[in-house]
Design a protein around this ligand. Sequence first.
Ligand code: PDD
Length: 287
Amino acid sequence: MSARVFLNGQWLDAAEARIPVMDRGFLFGDGVYEVIPVYSRRPFRLEQHLQRLQHSLDGIRLANPHDIEAWTGFVNRLAAEAEWEDQSIYIQVTRGPMAVRNHAFPAVVTPTSVILAEPMSTPQPAQREQGIAAVSAADIRWLRCDLKTTSLLANCLLRQMAVDAGCVETVLFRDGFLTEGSASSIFVVKDGRLLAPIQNHLMLPGITYDVILELAARHGMPHEVRDITEAETRGADELWMCSSTKEVLPIVTLDGKPVGGGRPGPQFAAMYAWYQAFKVTVMRAAA
Ligand code: PDD
């Protein structure tokens, strides 16, 4: 049996699901998306993901085709039926098909919505134990990075820079300040203090970012949310990346130079342990 997808209100085999060539998501990248981690078939922070989806839809002036209750039902059904216990559920909503190619919105919009599940693949233990390498680049994206849009060409090009250099992530700077990674949030540790960039229009309000700050607060790790300069980032004792699918990972080299001691640091070890405990006691726990 092939995987099931939910396309425009219908459950289909993935192999049968079709999108018209004239869909604005395909021709213009005119759409938004979410990636929701599912542990033991329980979608984690589904409400927050659906609220962020609404924020993205509002930002691109697209009416939500489903209310929160309906989305919750679809996601829970897919999480229950997909073949894996741990999944990453992908939601996408586009502005739908148009009769002729025209940048302006169609008079009548029929959004395309899709939900599909993939197996969750958390990072290899070696990445956590030895740390990962990153490169840096100028953040060449637009000025609404708070919207999770499917127009990801800049993010793809930036991520490929890392891959071409044999690295895992590209850390982005705009006007001398840290924004985020090509597909992750970035944290700095300096003198035992966790520093997080301010969530504004230049970065995605990450759900994992919130978890990391909550865990820091709960366990008494000193932390601060503020603008972080490029120099501070390069002079960090520790650098972390985090996302729904990567959890939290230590970056041990940036542009070929060691970060701090060039090994995963003690603050990372503490945060990783708290994160794993949180996963067992909260994410996987009965709702
Ligand atoms: N990306 N910033 C960017 C640009 C991202 O693409 C992501 C996640 C994050 C982290 O957000 P969260 O903690 O809510 O996953 C930050 C997802 C995983 C993706 O595009 O596949």
